[in-house]
Write a protein that binds this ligand. Sequence first.
Ligand code: GRF
Length: 188
Amino acid sequence: MKKIAIFASGSGSNAENIIRYFSDSTEIKVVSVLTNNHNAKVIERAKNLNISYKIFNKSEFNESVEFLNYLIKEVDYIILAGFLWLIPTRIIEKFPQKIINIHPALLPKYGGKGMFGTNVHQAVIDNKEKETGITIHYVNEHYDEGTIIFQKSVKVELNDTSETVAEKVHQLEYEYFPEVIESVILKK
Ligand code: GRF
């Protein structure tokens, strides 16, 4: 059984979707939800789904040996689903090609620090892009720069707003992220 921890900073609708997807799996198990945000809705979701959760602060994340040891001992893969902090080198070194992020645009466009949530979708609208989409990629020391695993695009129409684009992108995320995680872990 391969064990996954999901890192999320906000709503966690992707986290919930991934947890549900693997709930009956005999090969992959979501063992915990980890968040930096006490007010994140993902905490409620984890509670409702009976998944254990941890809230951590910046120094635990960056420096605590206990935190790192927890991951090393309990987790095979780390999934970032709307997680906003840069992953420190000490975690990346212990999880080579084992940390996967989803970005709500077609990288390398619209990536980097500060490019999250509405900022991304508004930039896509402002630049009159004809398409946007999702990028699932391995995580390295730089925001949104690790090797790309999977991309899927969707059309941006003239009457789209950042809200409608976000909605379209979320639908792609729900449809593809769990399957891509599964195929990476099971090397399908
Ligand atoms: C998603 O669009 C994801 O791509 C991005 O943050 C958003 C998180 O949404 N990195 P949710 O918290 O899963 O609802």
